[in-house]
Design a protein around this ligand. Structure first.
Ligand code: 0O2
Length: 209
């Protein structure tokens, strides 16, 4: 299997989507509106993880393009929980992709404590052999959800997926704390936004000098 060749349209999709989604920030800034997107990251799944997941889920290599939906992954981080809904709507409205699946791990928190909203989109990339439709998994989460998921992911890596019960319990409590942090931030959202507007204005004044 030539992995570089197989994964190149996935890399193309990730690169294009990072640029397109980051473009929203500038638009919101120009419109002087609160931007629901704090930052965007993306990656193509490393070959070792692809092989590992294919083995675990009994996916044949020739079925990867249909059965492994996160070969291309985009992550969108938001400040507030209700920004997530705004981002979902922005994505559903786009003409350059089709949402084909949605998984709401915010309402239905995973047993691990994981929270995030996942969309699987069908995204066409133009290749020298014509158009190729690529599945991309888009994960949308708040900064607090991302903090938790990043730490949990590294701990899982460290313990090779076998977290001691005590660590699991701590992670559960940390997940609840992240949930409360999101709730508190939502309550003071208005005040935070006023402060941010003031800060942006002050910065633009300084740039004008
Ligand atoms: P990566 O690239 O290391 O993040 P499955 O993969 O079996 O869990 P499925 O159906 O393929 O499930 O897709 P799902 O659950 O919508 O999304 C899987 C991805 O969501 C994972 O990718 C993680 O990025 C994230 N995720 C899901 N559950 C958890 C969790 O409990 N903790 C953390 N930290 N992340 C989670 P991968 O495959 O792990 O790859």
């Amino acid at each position: 299997m030539d992995w570089d060749l197989f994964l190149s349209p996935y890399k193309q999709a990730v690169d294009e989507l990072k640029i397109k989604l980051r473009g929203y920030r500038e638009q919101y800034e120009m419109a002087k509106q609160h931007c629901p997107i704090e930052f965007v990251t993306g990656r193509v799944k490393p070959v070792a993880s692809i092989l590992d997941k294919a083995r675990r889920k009994h996916i044949a290599l020739h079925e990867l393009h249909t059965d492994m939906q996160d070969l291309a992954g985009i992550r969108i981080m938001c400040q507030f929980v209700d920004d997530i809904q705004t981002v979902i709507e922005l994505l559903r409205d786009r003409q350059d992709m089709t949402v084909i699946e949605e998984r709401d791990y915010i309402t239905e928190t995973k047993a691990s404590g994981y929270r995030s909203y996942h969309l699987v989109v069908n995204y066409p990339v133009q290749t020298i052999n014509g158009e190729q439709k690529i599945l991309v998994e888009v994960q949308i989460r708040t900064l607090a959800m991302n903090f938790w998921a990043t730490i949990e992911h590294s701990l899982n890596y460290k313990y090779e997926g076998r977290l001691p019960a005590e660590v699991q319990e701590r992670l559960q409590r940390a997940s609840e704390a992240a949930f409360r942090l999101d709730e508190e931030m939502s309550k003071i959202k208005g005040e935070i936004q006023e402060a941010q507007k003031h800060f942006a204005l002050k910065n633009s004044d300084e740039h004008d000098i």
